[in-house]
Design a protein around this ligand. Structure first.
Ligand SMILES: C[S@@+](CC[C@H](N)C(=O)[O-])C[C@H]1O[C@@H](n2cnc3c(N)ncnc32)[C@H](O)[C@@H]1O
Ligand code: SF4
Ligand code: SF4
Length: 329
């Protein structure tokens, strides 16, 4: 049987992370990764390594109402992260970070400071990625700023090739606008002779768009996007509360997420209260990273996932278990 390391490596090489991180390696970052792996393997709850990847939600505002996201079922603050919290965080972790994702549960291009977020990370040799619905009026000037910011990777969510199919999930989205932005950013990137950002057409695999997936691949080629990716519908299949986790999750030793109110979640993919490990409005990240709560959470993965004694969300989580990693955004 193949080991989970094989799958983790395979996962890394097959998805966007490799495109991003290969441009930002340093010796210090490699040593830090080795330390992360060894702390994970040795089941240490306190670590001397630092995160290699973080996710920053600069805003939770959105112009669309996709199902299970901004359709009113999940509470939103319509808030923007304090830029100083971000620069402070980056200053503390820049020697170790390979990649920063500048999105979570909102539309990053609605943040007027988004180009500054990217530029700040780029200036510290950290890779950056944005995922966007691109259904926003964007001037050529804004697109040029985005290209020149140093952004490594731009994921564009396009779940259909006709307005009728597209808006079944992307409620309020305008496909014409998405295609106009896509067309212009690709030609501007060419004019500027810029290799970045790598542009990905991300299509979520829904039953209702299966008949348009082949056309989407053809259209993506016509537009000359760099990558086309079909992604599973993760929101409707996850979480599975009847599921009992079997393996330890490596995320707790490698990464964390910051929400737009400054709260730190140990998990990149789930914002459950049991996963909150600190608040950047009051605590420095180096304290949070080895706080009592973080240690307890890591420790809970070192013992069994017995439902009766494990109070954390992780016990029912099927991500990164059974080698099912395709839902990572
Ligand atoms: C919540 S969105 C925020 C970024 C941006 N607003 C967007 O939609 O790209 C983060 C990522 O989740 C993806 N996503 C949204 N709904 C999804 C679903 N049902 N299954 C899998 N991924 C989904 C989006 O396409 C995006 O790449
Ligand atoms: S565009 Fe992105 S953030 Fe907005 S509702 Fe859809 S998935 Fe959520
Ligand atoms: S087990 Fe699931 S909920 Fe826990 S940190 Fe990993 S991905 Fe997040």
């Amino acid at each position: 049987m193949r080991s989970s390391y094989y799958y983790n490596l395979n996962f890394l090489l097959a998805n966007r992370h490799w495109y991003i991180i290969k441009r930002h390696f340093t010796l210090k970052k490699i040593i830090n990764i080795i330390k992360c792996i060894s702390h994970f393997k040795m089941k240490h709850a306190t670590v001397s390594s630092f995160p290699v990847y973080i996710k920053i939600e600069t805003t939770d505002c959105c112009n669309l109402k996709c199902k299970n996201c901004h359709d009113g079922t999940v509470p939103r603050n319509n808030a923007f992260l304090d830029f100083n919290i971000y620069t402070n965080l980056i200053d503390h972790l820049s020697e170790y970070l390979l990649e920063v994702s500048l999105f979570d549960q909102g539309e990053p291009l609605l943040d007027p400071l988004i180009v500054d977020y990217v530029k700040y990370a780029s200036s510290k040799n950290i890779g950056t990625v944005i995922s966007t619905n691109f259904s926003i009026k964007l001037s050529n000037d804004k697109l040029v700023q985005l290209i020149n910011s140093g952004l490594d990777y731009l994921q564009i969510a396009i779940d259909g090739v006709t307005q009728e199919t597209y808006e079944k999930y992307r409620v309020g989205g305008k496909l014409d606008l998405v295609f106009s932005n896509l067309n212009r950013i690709i030609s501007l990137k060419k004019q500027l002779k810029s290799k970045t950002p790598i542009i990905e057409w991300q299509m979520i695999d829904f039953e209702f768009n299966r008949s348009e997936q082949e056309q989407a691949k053809i259209l993506a080629k016509k537009f000359k996007v760099d990558r086309f990716r079909l992604k599973p519908d993760c929101y409707s299949t996850y979480p599975m509360m009847s599921y009992l986790r079997k393996k330890r999750c490596f995320l707790l030793w490698f990464s964390f997420a910051v929400e737009c109110d400054g709260l730190v979640s140990a998990c990149l993919t789930k914002d459950d209260e049991s996963l909150y490990v600190g608040d950047l409005n009051t605590d420095p990240i180096k304290e949070i990273w080895n706080s009592k709560k973080y240690q307890k959470l890591r420790d809970s993965h070192n013992h069994d996932m017995d439902e009766r004694i494990n109070p954390y969300y992780c016990k029912n989580c099927n991500r990164y278990d059974n080698n099912s990693q395709a839902c990572h955004s």
